[in-house]
Design a protein. Structure first.
Length: 229
């Protein structure tokens, strides 16, 4: 019986079948199959077929793992959402201070003023910052201005970029008339390219030098209360 199974396995292998395909026809251990077939030569096209089958199997395995990661990620995020309850105005105020500390402009030289200025590419971060300005600091729309910074090779989609940031912020496109072009780097590791690229938005508050200093004071006060200074 084993001799017949071995002969059949060799015949199938010579046809270019993979070990997995052969084991579906001949029930035997993979180690046994390896002993039977290790000396069986294959034609070039047969080797190519086996290689393609292996690559396809590897891709299926990768896709399955990717789907599982996506499902797990969504489960973790959904559970994390429940940790966030209603946010008070004071909590929003503190969040905005920390956000500005991380991404806002600072007065680098004492006494030399700097306006409140916040720059980022993340649309949600921009939305949160504007909400902080309006709800916590009572900044009205006319006191805000916007600059867009994009790479020079995106000059052809300027209007789309303006419309994008207008939709994100809730302001008219006329507020986004200042556009600055950055020199394009051919070699880049940025992932936000093509349709995902909308440049960087700078949000500024007019006549806000003293407000910027006040925010600096809030930051220092938080550090003091937390015992980090």
């Amino acid at each position: 019986m084993k001799t017949k199974l071995k002969e059949e396995a060799i015949r199938l292998r010579k046809k270019g079948l993979t070990y997995s395909e052969i084991r579906k026809i001949i029930p035997c251990a993979k180690s046994t199959l390896s002993d039977w077939l290790h000396s069986v030569g294959l034609a070039k096209y047969q080797k190519q077929r086996i290689t393609l089958k292996r690559l396809a199997a590897s891709k299926r395995g990768w896709e399955a793992r990717r789907k599982n990661r996506i499902i797990l990620t969504e489960q973790i995020k959904n559970l994390a959402h429940k940790d966030i309850q209603a946010i008070s105005i004071k909590e929003l105020w503190l969040m905005g201070i920390m956000l500005y500390w991380a991404e806002g402009s600072k007065e680098r030289i004492p006494g030399k003023g700097a306006r409140v200025c916040f720059s980022n590419q993340d649309p949600l971060m921009i939305k949160l910052f504007i909400r902080w300005l309006r709800r916590c600091l009572k900044i009205i729309p006319n006191e805000m201005s916007f600059d867009i910074y994009i790479h020079e090779n995106y000059k052809g989609v300027v209007e789309d970029v303006r419309l994008y940031w207008a939709k994100i912020t809730g302001f008219y496109t006329s507020k986004f008339d200042k556009i600055y072009f950055k020199k394009h780097k051919i070699s880049t590791k940025r992932k936000n390219i093509g349709k995902n690229y909308h440049g960087l938005l700078k949000v500024q508050v007019k006549k806000s030098i003293n407000l910027n200093r006040k925010i600096t004071g809030w930051i220092e006060g938080i550090c003091n209360k937390c015992g980090v200074v």
